[in-house]
Ligand binder design. Structure first.
Ligand code: FES
Ligand code: FES
Length: 159
């Protein structure tokens, strides 16, 4: 076991875990941030996606020892001061989720897409989201949710 000082959702957090422990399990088991989900454990499904220094990262394959002082944001840290992001608002309005299991990862990846392409086309969305699997096949609603979020963001919300 080793002690690691992490920066999670704007807060310093200290954990004592084995160096090879995936960030996913540090988040879920050590920090009780269970919004980030375990799907495949092999970087194949996107359910475990979080932001690390502003990029979408699959936390199931990132050892905690490699996180260092990078800023980690999970689905719990996406809203600011209790205000949902346009993506989260759009997800609620359009009832995007079915079982919901994949949806935190979907939103974390979609938020990177919207940062890079504030008005994405269907093709942009399909390409950017192609690595995020949904066993409930909510892909059409995910696409609609991203378009709605882009509209909401253009009206003044943060992404
Ligand atoms: S659980 Fe990490 S990509 Fe599937
Ligand atoms: S909503 Fe069920 S897996 Fe995506």
């Amino acid at each position: 076991m080793s002690e690691y000082q992490l920066h999670i959702n704007g807060q310093p957090r200290t954990v004592d875990v084995a160096p090879e422990t995936p960030l996913l399990w540090v988040l879920r088991d050590s920090l009780d941030l269970v919004g980030t989900k375990f799907g495949c454990g092999m970087a194949q499904c996107g359910a475990c996606s979080v932001h690390v220094d502003g990029e979408a990262v699959r936390s199931c394959v990132l050892p905690v020892s490699l996180v260092g002082d990078k800023k980690v944001v999970t689905i719990e840290g996406l809203a600011t001061e209790g205000k949902l992001t346009p993506l989260q608002q759009a997800w609620c309005v359009l009832d995007v989720a079915q079982c919901g299991y994949c949806q935190a990862g979907q939103i974390m990846c979609a938020s990177i897409l919207l940062r890079e392409k504030p008005k994405p086309t269907d093709a942009d969305i399909d390409l950017a989201m192609s690595g995020n699997l949904c066993r409930c096949a909510t892909y059409h609603r995910i696409r609609a949710g991203i378009h709605r979020a882009a509209e909401l963001a253009a009206e003044g919300g943060a992404r």
